[in-house]
Write a protein that binds this ligand. Structure first.
Ligand SMILES: NC(=O)C1=CN([C@@H]2O[C@H](COP(=O)(O)OP(=O)(O)OC[C@H]3O[C@@H](n4cnc5c(N)ncnc54)[C@H](O)[C@@H]3O)[C@@H](O)[C@H]2O)[C@@H](O)CC1
Ligand SMILES: Nc1ncnc2c1ncn2[C@@H]1O[C@H](COP(=O)(O)OP(=O)(O)O)[C@@H](O)[C@H]1O
Ligand SMILES: [K+]
Length: 449
């Protein structure tokens, strides 16, 4: 499973708007479908490597892409069969089918599949789950599957958990990725996702994670200019220690951890009580991390109030999110919230829609960047920017890795740039480090050299 880096992600509505803009700029819809079908044919040609191909066509333009691909594959000498669900229902699909001169079989009459099945049944136009009888027919087919745009049967906007009867080995996204390619549970049915640009100009407010940029410090940097991070430590010392160490490993030049005992790394400055409190007024402090190892209670409320009063850029994790919520949108500030599923549900009850919709709503409400964690982490900014981190590294599914992420967010935020970019960089750093370590990873490994 993989998705292209730094690729646009569009909902069905945004896709239609991009298509309309493309048409307004002079490209015909038929030309767009021809480009889409050509890209499908190229991918199918390579996947089939000479073996027979069965193309399943639906009633809409997804089916139209299938007919175009069939025609182009046959012109190249591939062995292609086409099976259709019903007659085409759109003008474009009708024209594409008319240009296909081969036979069209009924889907329920095709025997058992083919070495390569091209799934062009439904794309972004699917409005309800696939009927049970069709799903049963599709489940009987065997062969490698190339899904056109999305595996048929899923809600491309990622709002519904409908699962496709045919799980794809490869999905060729047309024009842009769709939310379902990067959100669970549907992302797992897409296999390897490829992107065919087809010439539409896609809005880039929502995209997949960029490739991790180089973390090499500038030649004239010093410890304070690289970023100074304060980490509040609650009663669970290990978690705050992990966050502080992660801030250093992620590139902060100076990290101060609240508490008197020595920390995970000797380079961390441990300071307690008043001395730590005074640090909040230090103009060199670029970010304050609070939440790791700090359960809800009076002590946390007091610490969160102090952090909010300081006016510093904040990273709020775990119970600190709830504690800060009432005051967060009060004054403009840079802040990153890092809730996992349970923390998100507690802080934002009643949020609805896809995980992307929910993350965006939380960002708008709090005026903070929200890193909604999980295997399909979503990062959302109050201005509407979204980054999707699927697929992350499943080795991160172990205790303490969230504390490490909070520390990394602190390091990236302390550099002084945009909070959304900082969160994107931190999530990218976290995943890259986990992928590098791989089997046997424990959170401590993420903070060792
Ligand atoms: N938007 C774009 O820029 C482009 C879109 N293209 C293709 O067009 C697709 C979208 O086409 P459409 O909007 O025609 O929609 P689809 O082809 O995805 O499906 C819509 C059709 O399926 C029917 N339908 C919906 N749910 C159903 C269900 N559960 N059971 C049975 N029938 C159902 C609808 O009545 C309609 O006839 C994209 O996914 C892509 O493959 C490409 O041709 C090129 C460019
Ligand atoms: N299956 C998974 N695949 C990829 N990343 C995961 C998976 N499970 C958890 N993660 C990541 O691991 C981290 C866990 O954070 P969290 O649940 O807060 O852990 P903790 O509180 O123990 O530190 C998050 O960054 C999350 O996105
Ligand atoms: K499809």
């Amino acid at each position: 499973m993989s998705v292209p880096a730094d690729a646009p992600v569009l909902t069905a509505d945004a896709m239609r708007a991009a298509e309309a803009a493309c048409v307004a700029a002079g490209t015909t819809l038929a030309e767009l479908m021809e480009r889409a079908g050509a890209a499908v044919a190229d991918t199918a040609w390579r996947m089939a490597a000479g073996a027979p191909i069965l193309i399943l066509c639906g009633p809409g333009n997804n089916g139209g892409d299938g007919y175009v691909a069939a025609r182009r594959l046959a012109e190249r000498g591939a062995a292609v069969r086409v099976a259709a669900l019903t007659d085409p229902a759109t003008e474009l699909a009708r024209a594409a089918r008319a240009a296909w001169t081969g036979a069209v079989e009924a889907i329920d009459a095709v025997p058992s599949g083919a070495p390569l099945i091209v799934d062009a049944l439904f794309g972004v136009g699917l409005s309800r789950p696939i009927a049970d009888d069709l799903a049963a027919v599709l489940r009987r087919l065997s062969g490698r599957v190339l899904a056109v745009d999305v595996p048929s049967g899923i809600d491309s906007d990622g709002g519904a958990d409908w699962m496709p009867p045919l799980v794809a080995d490869v999905t060729l996204a047309l024009g842009a990725l769709k939310p379902a390619h990067v959100l669970l549970p549907t992302a797992r049915s897409c296999g390897r996702v490829l992107l065919a640009p087809i010439g539409i100009s896609a809005d880039r407010a929502m995209r997949t994670l960029p490739r991790a940029p180089s973390q090499v410090p500038g030649p004239a940097m010093h410890k304070f200019s690289r970023g100074m991070v304060l980490v509040f430590g609650g009663p669970m010392r290990g978690a705050a220690g992990l966050a502080a160490a992660a801030a250093l490993r992620a590139g902060a030049g100076y990290v101060v951890l609240d508490g008197s005992e020595s920390a995970t790394l000797l380079a961390i400055i441990a300071e307690s009580d008043e001395k730590f409190g005074e640090r909040l007024g230090d103009p060199r402090v670029g970010a304050v991390v609070i939440g790791p190892g700090f359960p809800a209670g009076e002590e946390l409320l007091f610490a969160v109030e102090a952090a909010l009063d300081s006016g510093k850029p904040l990273v709020l994790d775990a119970a600190a999110i709830d504690a800060a919520l009432p005051r967060l949108s009060e004054t403009p500030r840079k802040a990153i919230l890092t809730p996992h599923e349970g923390e998100f549900a507690r802080a934002f009850p009643g949020a609805y829609g896809s995980k992307i919709d929910r993350a965006k709503a939380a960002a708008t409400r709090t005026q903070a960047v929200v890193v909604y964690k999980g295997a399909d982490t979503i990062i959302a900014a109050p201005d509407g920017r979204v980054a999707a981190a699927w697929p992350g590294s499943p080795w991160l599914a172990t205790a303490g890795t969230g504390d490490v992420l909070a520390g990394a967010c602190g390091a990236m935020l302390a550099r002084g740039g945009d909070a959304f970019d900082a969160a994107v960089a931190a999530v990218g750093w976290h995943i890259a480090r986990a992928a590098h370590i791989g089997p046997g990873l424990v959170a401590d490994d993420l903070i060792r050299d």
